[in-house]
Design a protein around this ligand. Structure first.
Ligand SMILES: C[S@@+](CC[C@H](N)C(=O)[O-])C[C@H]1O[C@@H](n2cnc3c(N)ncnc32)[C@H](O)[C@@H]1O
Length: 265
């Protein structure tokens, strides 16, 4: 019996998503933002690290990562890959469940969470409080989040008569059915909602779309091997992603921690 719903997905996550052409392109755009936010020598917290792709990228640049996830199997994958890439000394793995946020005596330069890990909670105000308790003043937080409307998902599944999938995000909540048949609650905050929930502690710095013209992962097959189409959609993505974050598969949002009275925080 797996300890966490994502333990089974951990085995095939890289084949199903990480190593696809579109997945690699979108992650590359996230890396550009992470490289802008975090510098060699920084210590940075990652929430929902999955198989550790982003942690390894940053560690190879000399950033120290505290990589957390609720799934022990995802953490095992991260540790194993860190060994393979010879960056174990720069990556510390810790179990952290978004539905039971800890109180850690820790100070980091910033934090990030990529590709929808924070869609596994709906307590974003609690997350902001937790992050404010560990991030140093004026530190940055970058989040990759699934919004409540994805144009590709609605159009593709709507045109194929699958209205349940086409509209699954619209109420801000759905269930993902995982490999073992269990259902996981997924919540979809708009940019406005996240900004509001982070507002007393953080100010919004930057937003862009990730997968506005390129499709969500369950539809990669329709585009992945059509070179001309993929190139066209990638170009449109590069031109318009910043203006169309609200209807992308994910948006990438960055915050800065506001100065605060640590005693009363
Ligand atoms: C879609 S994956 C993204 C993984 C990784 N960030 C990436 O970029 O590939 C979502 C991750 O969130 C983790 N997760 C799910 N529920 C969680 C929770 N309640 N607390 C912390 N992590 C959770 C999963 O184990 C999984 O690794």
């Amino acid at each position: 019996m797996p300890e966490h719903a994502f333990d089974i997905a951990a085995q095939t996550y890289d084949t199903d998503f990480t190593d696809t052409g579109i997945g690699r392109y979108l992650r590359g755009r996230v890396w550009q933002r992470l490289d802008h936010l975090f510098q060699p020598g920084d210590t940075v917290l990652e929430i929902g690290c999955g198989t550790g792709e982003d942690a390894i990228h940053l560690a190879r640049r000399g950033v120290y990562i505290i990589a957390t996830d609720a799934s022990p199997e995802m953490l095992n994958q991260t540790e194993q890959k860190a060994r393979e890439h010879r960056v174990s000394e720069l990556i510390e793995v810790r179990q952290l469940d978004l539905s039971d946020l800890p109180q850690w005596d820790l100070q980091v330069g910033g934090a990030y969470s990529n590709f929808g890990a924070i869609n596994c909670t709906n307590d974003w105000a609690g997350l902001a409080e937790f992050l404010a308790s560990v991030v140093r003043p004026s530190g940055s937080v970058g989040l990759g989040v699934m919004p409540p409307f994805c144009a590709w998902e609605t159009l593709w599944h709507g045109l194929h008569g699958d209205f349940k999938t086409a509209t699954r995000r619209w109420k801000g909540h759905s269930w993902a059915v995982l490999g073992d048949g269990s259902a996981l609650d997924i919540y979809y905050p708009s940019v406005k909602k996240i900004v509001k929930d982070f507002a007393p502690l953080f100010t919004r710095d930057y937003v862009t779309g990730m997968g506005t013209f390129l499709p969500p992962s369950d539809v990669y097959g329709a585009v992945e091997n059509r070179d001309k189409l993929r190139r066209l959609l990638t170009t449109l993505e590069q031109w318009f992603a910043r203006r169309l974050a609200f209807c992308a598969d994910h948006y990438w949002i960055e915050f800065k921690l506001l100065p605060q009275d640590r005693e009363s925080a």
